[in-house]
Design a protein around this ligand. Structure first.
Ligand code: SAH
Length: 213
């Protein structure tokens, strides 16, 4: 059976993972602890898997790409919009280290509870899961060094950009619900927002007030 090391070896060989901290973080998280029991045998296949409620745990290569592109530094304060299974947050939690913290917001209560449980089972204590609509971010925890979406938004509202620190990075997925979307890296520089489209991708939609309803 495939294990986490064979998965990460492949992602390194393919050039998807290229920085040692991301490689270490990906090896440190057992994806099998974040997928439903009956799918455990597929945990190390590189594709998304259903986690209930029409939602999915992202494919490992997508989590690795986003972990590279987010340019996380140890000690960062991070906001994740869309906890899902908690797997992506678990990977980023290793990148921010014990001095860092992640707030992860999930609008489906059952998934928020499940994500919180998965993170505890994995021994991760620097992620706080909030069960609420995160389409407008989470101002109570702002400002953040890094913000990332794990679902596709119609656009990134200014109220979310406002929660980013000067010099901070936001990875957004922008595009139509059910169509091809773009992963975009935004950087706040001298109070202005620079944007850099990175690649095409397909994510589940952001719902809620500033999402797809
Ligand atoms: N990163 C996750 C994958 C999440 S899939 C993982 O590793 O498993 C995207 C998640 O975004 C889904 O769980 C969905 O319920 C959530 N979501 C959609 N709209 C949201 C919103 N407005 N606020 C918070 N979470 C939202």
């Amino acid at each position: 059976m495939r294990d986490v090391d064979s998965l990460v070896d492949d992602l390194v060989m393919e050039g998807v993972i290229h920085s040692p901290p991301v490689e270490r973080a990906m090896r440190a998280v057992r994806r099998e602890d974040f997928v439903p029991g009956r799918l455990r045998g597929s945990a190390y296949a590189d594709h998304p898997l259903p986690i209930g409620g029409g939602q999915t745990i992202s494919a490992p290569h997508m989590v690795a790409i986003m972990a590279e592109e987010l340019q996380v530094e140890e000690g960062n304060s991070v906001l994740e919009i869309g906890t899902g299974s908690g797997y992506h947050a678990a990977v980023v939690s290793h990148l921010v280290g014990p001095e860092g913290r992640i707030i992860s917001i999930e609008r489906v209560d059952r998934l928020a509870d499940n994500g919180r449980k998965n993170l505890i089972i994995s021994g991760i204590s620097n992620v706080q899961v909030i069960g609420a609509d995160g389409s407008g971010g989470y101002p109570d925890g702002a400002p953040y060094d890094r913000i990332y979406y794990t679902c596709a938004a119609p656009k990134i509202p200014m109220r979310v950009m406002d929660q980013l620190k000067e010099g901070g990075v936001l990875l957004g997925v922008v595009g139509p619900n059910g169509g091809v979307q773009v992963l975009i890296r935004y950087r706040k520089k001298d109070g202005k927002i620079e944007d850099e489209p990175l690649m095409r991708c397909v994510f589940v939609p952001l719902m809620g007030k500033y999402g797809y309803g």
